[in-house]
Design a protein. Structure first.
Length: 602
C-alpha cells in the first residue's frame, strides 16, 4: 500500500542523530519545510536522562539496534575474542534507533577534535572552508559551556549560547571513597614521573582552543553533554525547534527508509524517499522477531522541492545508497540491483578506534558500587532519588572520574592515546554486558583508546537486497603497517605504569601478570580490542579520487540533489570521541546547504 504520494517538503532528512537532527532543526529555523525520518520512535526513559545510566540506555530493547560485526576475515583469529557470538557470526556493536539516534545512548563525552583533522580535509579537497579556524566557529556556535564562567569561556574559544549544554559532573554530594581518591592520586603521581611533562594541570580543558592547537597532554575531568546534569543533544534541539515551528519541521517516526527515489527523466536526480512505516522493522532490533511479522508495513513516499539528505549513520547510509543503485558495480550486480551510479567507495574506508582495558582487583568494593542500584524506582535507589530531587550525587557522572590524554610516542603529531578510569570491570560489548559486570564491585579499569588510527580497510556490504536486513560489516582490524598495534601497546603499558604501587591493588585480573612481553601484549590486544566510533564509510575526497563518495560540500558524486551528513563523511576518523566532530559537520552542512539553495534561486 502506498500513501502520501503527494507529500512534498523542501528537504527530507533520513536519520535524527548527531548529523541529521541538528541539520533538520537548522533548516527549519532558516524557514524551510523539512521532513525528518527516524526508523525508531520517540521513546525516552529514565535511562536516557541520567548520565550514569548511559549503559542502560545502550541496553534498552525499545530503541537499541544490535549490529554484530567482524574484526577479521580469518575465522580462527576472530574466534579468539571471548566476546564473539558464534550464532551471530560477530561481536556486538550497539547502535540506537530513536529520536536523537546514537546521541540517545552514548556516554556523552564531549571533546574537541585535533586541528589536523580539519586540515586534512582542507588539503585533500582544496576547500579552504575546512580550515581549523573556520571549523572552530561551528563548535562555538553549538556549545553552551556551563563549566566555565562566561569570560573564561570566551577567552578559551568556547561558545555560551548554543543548543548543546556541556558540563562537568558535580559529584560533591557523592559518598567519599578513600580507596578511589588514593588510587587516582597514585595514578597521577606515576603518570607525572613517567612522562615528565611538568606540573600536571588538574584543570586541563580538552576543549580549549589552545589545547586543540597545541595538542596538549595531561589529565582532565570529563566534559559531558548535559544541561542541569541531564543528557541533552540532538533530540532536545529537534523537539525545541519543532515546538516553535510545527508547520516547518515534521518528524515521522517508525519510518525505515527503503530506497531513494529518482526522477524518471534523469535517473541521477533524487526526488524523494520511499520508506516502510512501522515499529521494529529492522533486523537489528531485539524486538524484530516478536513484532515485525504481525502486519505488513505500509510503503510510503515523500518528495522534495530541494534535496534529499542521508544521515542514517555509518552502517545504514552506505546500505541505503547501495539499495538505491549507488555503489560498487560488482556489489550491486550480486543482488540484481540496477546500477544507477558506479561509486566504488560506498561502504569502503570503514574505520574505528581501538580500545582495550587493564583491569585490577582492589582491596574493597567502591562505595558507589555498593549502594547504586541503577533502578528506575527512586524509592529503591537513593542515588536516583538524589538525582531526581536535586540533580546531585554520583549519578551526575558518566562514570569516569579521570581521563588522561597523551602521545604514544613523542614524534606523534597529535595525542593519540586516551586513558579513562572506571570503578567497574569493563572489557567491551557483548550481550548483557552491563549486567554481567554489575555484581563486581571491587575492580578498577583503565580503558585505553587509540585515536587517529591508520587502518582504512573496513567494509560495509549488502547481505541482501532487503532493506530490513542488516549489512555485512568487517573492520579488518590491525591491517595497517602495524603502527596502530604498536601505539596501543605503548598506551597499555602506560596504564600499567599508572597502577604500579597502587596501595589498594590486590592483583591484575585482565590480562594478568603472565602477559608481559610486547609480543604477548599485542596478542592480547589483537584478540580482545573493540571499538564503538565507526565512521568514514562514505568519505569526502578529492575530485580525482575514485574512492571518494562525496565532494567537500557533502554532495554524492554523480548524483543531483543528494547529500550525506553523518559519521560516514570523514575521510579519516577524527578526534578522540566521534560525536563532537559530527555535530560540527552538521553545522557546516547546514550553512553550505542554505548557501547553495540561495545561489540556485538568485
Amino acid at each position: 500500500m502506498e500513501k502520501n504520494k503527494k507529500s512534498k517538503f523542501d528537504y527530507v532528512i533520513v536519520g535524527s542523530g548527531a548529523g541529521g537532527g541538528p541539520l533538520a532543526a537548522n533548516l527549519a529555523l532558516a524557514g524551510f519545510t523539512v521532513m525528518l525520518l527516524e526508523a525508531g520512535g520517540k521513546e525516552a526513559s529514565v535511562s536516557y536522562s541520567v548520565p550514569s545510566y548511559a549503559p542502560l540506555a545502550a541496553d534498552n530493547e525499545y530503541y537499541r539496534w544490535d549490529f554484530f560485526v567482524r574484526h577479521y576475515k580469518d575465522q580462527k583469529q576472530q574466534e579468539k575474542d571471548p566476546k564473539f557470538v558464534s550464532s551471530k557470526d560477530g561481536i556486538l556493536y550497539p547502535r540506537s534507533s530513536t529520536l536523537g539516534g546514537c546521541t540517545a545512548h552514548n556516554a556523552m563525552i564531549t571533546t574537541y577534535p585535533s586541528n589536523s583533522d580539519w586540515e586534512y580535509i582542507q588539503q585533500i579537497t582544496g576547500d579552504d572552508s575546512w580550515n581549523p579556524i573556520n571549523m572552530r566557529r561551528y563548535f562555538e556556535k553549538i556549545e553552551n559551556c556551563r563549566y566555565l564562567d562566561s569570560i573564561t569561556a570566551k577567552e578559551t574559544g568556547h561558545g555560551t549560547g548554543g543548543w548543546l549544554g556541556v558540563e562537568k559532573a558535580n559529584i560533591s554530594k557523592a559518598p567519599k571513597d578513600w580507596q578511589l581518591i588514593k588510587t587516582l592520586e597514585t595514578c597521577k603521581e606515576k603518570g607525572f614521573n613517567a612522562e615528565k611533562i611538568g606540573p600536571i594541570n588538574e584543570n586541563l580543558d580538552p576543549n580549549a582552543i589552545d589545547v586543540a592547537k597545541d595538542d596538549s597532554s595531561g589529565y582532565f575531568t570529563v566534559p559531558q553533554s548535559t544541561y542541569d546534569m541531564t543528557r541533552n543533544g540532538s533530540r532536545e534541539f529537534v523537539l525545541n525547534v519543532q515546538k516553535q515551528f510545527p508547520e516547518r519541521l515534521i518528524i515521522e517516526t517508525h519510518a525505515l527508509a527503503s530506497k531513494i527515489l529518482f526522477d524518471e527523466k534523469d535517473d541521477t536526480k533524487a526526488i524523494g524517499i520511499e520508506y516502510l512505516q512501522g515499529a521494529y522493522l529492522y533486523a537489528a532490533t531485539p524486538r524484530y522477531n516478536e513484532h515485525c511479522q504481525l502486519t505488513e508495513p505500509e510503503t510510503k513516499r515523500v518528495y522534495v522541492n530541494e534535496e534529499v539528505i542521508l544521515a542514517c549513520g555509518v552502517f545504514n547510509t552506505p546500505q541505503l545508497l547501495m539499495l538505491s543503485g549507488i555503489g560498487d558495480k560488482e556489489q550491486l550486480e550480486e543482488f540484481d540491483i540496477a546500477i544507477r551510479i558506479n561509486l566504488p567507495g560506498v561502504g569502503n574506508n570503514l574505520q574505528d578506534r581501538y580500545e582495550i582495558s587493564l583491569i585490577n582487583e582492589m582491596q574493597s568494593s567502591f562505595k558507589v558500587n555498593e549502594i547504586a542500584k541503577y533502578s528506575d524506582d527512586p524509592e529503591d535507589d537513593p542515588f536516583l532519588s538524589q538525582w531526581l530531587k536535586h540533580r546531585e550525587g554520583p549519578y551526575n557522572s558518566i562514570g569516569s572520574p579521570l581521563m588522561y590524554m597523551k602521545k604514544s610516542f613523542p614524534e606523534k603529531i597529535n595525542p593519540d592515546i586516551i586513558l579513562f578510569a572506571r570503578t567497574v570491570r569493563f572489557e567491551g560489548f557483548f550481550p548483557n554486558w552491563f549486567w554481567t559486570f554489575r555484581p563486581i564491585h571491587n575492580q578498577f579499569s583503565w580503558t585505553v583508546l587509540k585515536a587517529h588510527t591508520n587502518n582504512r580497510n573496513g567494509v560495509v556490504k549488502l547481505k541482501s537486497s532487503n532493506p530490513r536486513d542488516t549489512p555485512y560489516i568487517n573492520f579488518n582490524s590491525f591491517s595497517d603497517n602495524g603502527e596502530d598495534l604498536n601505539d596501543l601497546t605503548e598506551g597499555f603499558k602506560f596504564a600499567r605504569v599508572l597502577m604500579q604501587d597502587s596501595p589498594f591493588k590486590i592483583k591484575e585480573v585482565l590480562p594478568g601478570v603472565e602477559v608481559q612481553s610486547d609480543h604477548d601484549i599485542k596478542e592480547f590486544i589483537k584478540n580482545q580490542a573493540w571499538g564503538h566510533h565507526a565512521s568514514c564509510s562514505c568519505p569526502i575526497g578529492a575530485d580525482d579520487d575514485k574512492m571518494a563518495v562525496l565532494d567537500s560540500r557533502f554532495r554524492v558524486r554523480g548524483a543531483k540533489k543528494l547529500r550525506v551528513v553523518d559519521a560516514s563523511v570523514f575521510p579519516k576518523i577524527p578526534g578522540t570521541f566521534i560525536v563532537t566532530p559530527i555535530y560540527m559537520v552538521s553545522e557546516k552542512a547546514s550553512e553550505v546547504i542554505i548557501e547553495d539553495q540561495k545561489n540556485r534561486n538568485k
